[in-house]
Ligand binder design. Sequence first.
Ligand code: SF4
Ligand code: SF4
Length: 388
Amino acid sequence: MNSERADVALIRCDDYESKKLDRAIETCAEIAGFPDIKDKIILIKPNVLNASPASKAVTTNPAFVEAVVRFVKSRGAKEILVGDSPGWQPVLLAAKTSGIYDAVQQSGGTWVDFREVSPHPVVDGKKLKNIPLTALLEKVDLVINLPKLKNHSLTTYTGAIKNLFGLIPGTAKSAMHLQYPAVIDFGEMLVDLALSIPNCFTFMDAIIAMDGQGPGSGTPYSLGIVLASMSVAKLDWIASQCVGYDPKNISYILDSMQRTLGSANVPEPSTYPLRVSEVEHSGFKRLPYTSKLGKRLSSIPRGLRSFAAKFIHLRPIFHKNKCIGCSACITICPAKVLVLDRKNGSNIIRINDKLCITCFCCHEVCPAKAISVGRAPIRIVHRRLPVN
Ligand code: SF4
Ligand code: SF4
């Protein structure tokens, strides 16, 4: 066993074959200092964004979840709970479609849901003093965070920090979008939440990542790595660079590092055995830095801001030729600005642009890739807007 330690374990693993995964998880745990969990109660939190098959790379791969459950069992945990809470779909539907539910059953874990909530204290939060999270946190000794590395239309990149947002049950997540519509504020809230989970270890599934229009409508990208760390901030700092982002331009990652280190100066975390520069990511389609766009907009004089926003701001764009009329976007929209208009056999989503908070929850949940994110200075399909 390798005894070299690093802030972030960064190793190659090119597919989800079970023996390779077992080796990768063991090695990562050793390098990143996985704690003693003998007789402890563990909550494993994969990303079960929605009911998508594993091949789409929307969720943590079920084989990855299974390997982590096997590993936790081998370390003598007393109880292994696995759960998540998608934003709008029934959790069991999402867990079964992704294959994660069966993976948990087969490997001896217990699938749990996050229905019961209790207020979780946040110390020194920038936005929060407490936050309603799954009540399971009161009984578990360690959270094992299993994010998937993906692009994200709102936060540019999603990984360890953002995955913990799923500890807020169901549609209560939408309320946070409404409360913190600006991406920088939303990011500070995410960091408040993530850093308030004291005992948390992350294994990141970046074997098949997602580029393009993530987190729900992007394209699987074979990155071939696994990462692990005791620090969500350090892990995201490294993982975002592994696909070519500069984490200093992603406000919530920079904020999380500065808060973790207690300093505005952020030295590069150590990695082992790979260096970031050894991770090949050519052709990975990145998204624009949304926190930079927000800053650029706020530097424009107030009187011109709403006009300029049409050219700077990214907005949801609805494609009626792909829409299947499922209403998921309408259900999830925290600002309630969408209506479905069925006309001549087409499903047309109409939006009240003035009230849209550009949280992109609609884009995140659309099962038909009928919503993209881009600049839409002139709305053609949505000219006649509904007013709520
Ligand atoms: S329309 Fe989409 S982006 Fe706009 S507020 Fe609703 S969910 Fe958010
Ligand atoms: S745009 Fe997408 S989420 Fe909304 S109704 Fe159409 S298919 Fe469903």
